[in-house]
Design a binder for this molecule. Structure first.
Ligand code: HEM
Length: 342
C-alpha cells in the first residue's frame, strides 16, 4: 500500500468521525422536532427517495398525513447517515490492501462496518416500531459507538503514518474502566429520559417538583421489556414512572461526577495528563449545567441539542484521555531502554 493511500485513509477516518458527530446531532434534532415518524416507512419516504407531495403521500399511507417539514427533517438525517455508510465502505475497500500490514486497524474497520450496518437496522426499527424507547436509546448508544470506532481507527492510522511503534502500551488504571462504565450508563439513562419524554417530569433543581424525594414508580419507569404502544411519540408512561427515570438520570450524573473526580485524583501525578483531566472535568461541569438549564427552561431546542453535543464531547474527551494515558510515559520508557542498551 502506498503512503499516499495511508494518508488518504487517515483523513477519511477523521472525516467519518466528524460526520458521525453531525449525524448524532441530526438524530437529536429529528427527535426534538418530533419528526422521527415524519416518514411512516423506511428506507423511502411514503415509498419515494425524496419527500413527495401531499396527494402522493396520501395515496401511499392514508393513515399518516404528510407534514412536509417533519418528513424533510427525517429524510435529511437518513441522507447524511447513508453518506456516512459510504464513507465506512470506502474505508474498508481502500484499506483491504493493507490488512496484513503490522499495526493496520483492519479488525477495527470491520467492526465499524458491522456497527454501521446495525445502526441502519436500528434506524429502520425506530420507524417501524414507532419510536419504541428501547430502540431509540440503543440507536443513540450505537451512534456513539460508531463515533468511537471511527476515532479509534483514526488514532491508529495517525500512529501508523507517523511510523510510531504500536507496541509498549501502558496499562490503564481500572478507574478509566469505571469512568467508562459510568459514562455509558449515564448516556443510556439520558437516552431513556429523552425517548420516554421524561425531560420535564422533574421541575426545578436541585429539588424535583418541589420535593427532595417525590413520588416515583421505578419498576414501571425501568420496565425494560414493556410494550406500551402503539405509537411512542410524546411517551406513554404515567407521571411517577417518568419522575423515576428523570431522577435516575440525575443520580447517574452524580455517580459519573464522583467517578471522574476519583480518576483525576489518581492520574494527577502524571503531569502530561493534567490538561486532559482538567478538560474532562470542565466538560462534565458544562454538561451538568446544560442539563440543569434544560430542566429550568423546559428543553428549548438549542439547549437540548447542546446537551446531546455535550454528552458526545464528554465521551470523546474520555476516549482521548484514555488513549493519551495509555501512551504517555512510553517516550520515557523508550529512552530508558535505549540507555540500557547503550
Ligand atoms: C453530566 C453528565 C450528563 C450526561 C453525560 C448526560 C447525558 C444525556 C444524554 C446522552 C441525553 C440524551 C440526549 C438525546 O437523546 O439526544 C440526556 C438527556 C437529558 N438530560 Fe442529561 N446528562 C447529564 C447530566 C444531566 C443533568 C445533571 C440533568 C438535569 C439535572 C440532565 C437532564 C437531561 C434532560 C432533561 C434530558 C432530556 C433531553 C431531551 O429530551 O432532549 N442531564 N442527557
Amino acid at each position: 500500500m502506498t503512503e499516499f493511500r495511508l494518508h488518504l485513509l487517515k483523513w477519511l477516518s477523521l472525516l467519518g468521525t466528524l460526520a458521525t458527530l453531525g449525524v448524532i446531532l441530526l438524530g437529536a434534532w429529528t427527535r426534538l422536532m418530533d419528526a422521527g415518524l415524519g416518514c411512516p416507512d423506511w428506507p423511502g419516504c411514503y415509498g419515494r427517495l425524496v419527500v413527495p407531495d401531499a396527494a402522493t403521500a396520501a395515496a401511499h399511507s392514508p393513515q399518516a398525513p404528510l407534514e412536509a417539514l417533519k418528513a424533510w427533517v427525517e429524510m435529511i438525517h437518513r441522507y447524511v447517515a447513508s453518506t456516512l455508510g459510504l464513507v465506512v465502505l470506502a474505508l474498508v475497500a481502500l484499506g483491504a490492501g493493507a490488512r496484513r500490514r503490522p499495526g493496520y486497524p483492519w479488525h477495527l474497520s470491520l467492526a465499524l462496518l458491522g456497527a454501521i450496518l446495525l445502526q441502519g437496522a436500528f434506524g429502520a426499527f425506530t420507524v417501524t416500531l414507532k419510536l419504541w424507547p428501547q430502540v431509540v436509546t440503543l440507536h443513540l448508544l450505537g451512534g456513539i459507538g460508531v463515533l468511537l470506532l471511527f476515532l479509534w481507527v483514526h488514532l491508529r492510522l495517525r500512529e501508523l503514518v507517523a511510523a510510531k511503534p504500536p507496541a509498549s502500551r501502558r496499562r490503564l488504571s481500572p478507574l478509566w474502566g469505571l469512568a467508562a462504565v459510568l459514562l455509558v450508563g449515564q448516556l443510556a439513562l439520558g437516552g431513556w429520559v429523552s425517548s420516554n419524554y421524561a425531560g420535564i417530569a422533574c421541575q426545578g433543581f436541585p429539588t424535583c417538583n418541589g420535593q427532595w424525594w417525590p413520588a416515583t414508580d421505578w419498576s414501571e419507569g425501568f420496565h425494560l421489556t414493556q410494550t406500551v404502544g402503539p405509537n411512542y411519540l410524546h411517551g406513554q408512561l404515567h407521571a411517577d414512572a417518568r419522575t423515576a427515570i428523570h431522577l435516575g438520570h440525575r443520580l447517574g450524573a452524580l455517580a459519573l461526577g464522583l467517578g471522574l473526580v476519583l480518576l483525576a485524583r489518581r492520574e494527577w501525578r502524571r503531569p502530561p495528563l493534567r490538561p486532559w483531566l482538567m478538560g474532562l472535568l470542565g466538560l462534565y461541569g458544562v454538561q451538568f449545567t446544560l442539563g440543569v438549564a434544560n430542566v429550568l427552561w423546559w428543553l428549548p431546542l438549542g439547549l437540548a441539542l447542546a446537551h446531546t453535543g455535550g454528552a458526545v464531547a464528554l465521551t470523546l474527551a474520555l476516549a482521548l484521555g484514555a488513549w493519551q494515558a495509555s501512551r504517555v510515559g512510553n517516550a520515557r520508557q523508550a529512552s530508558e531502554k535505549e540507555m540500557a542498551h547503550a
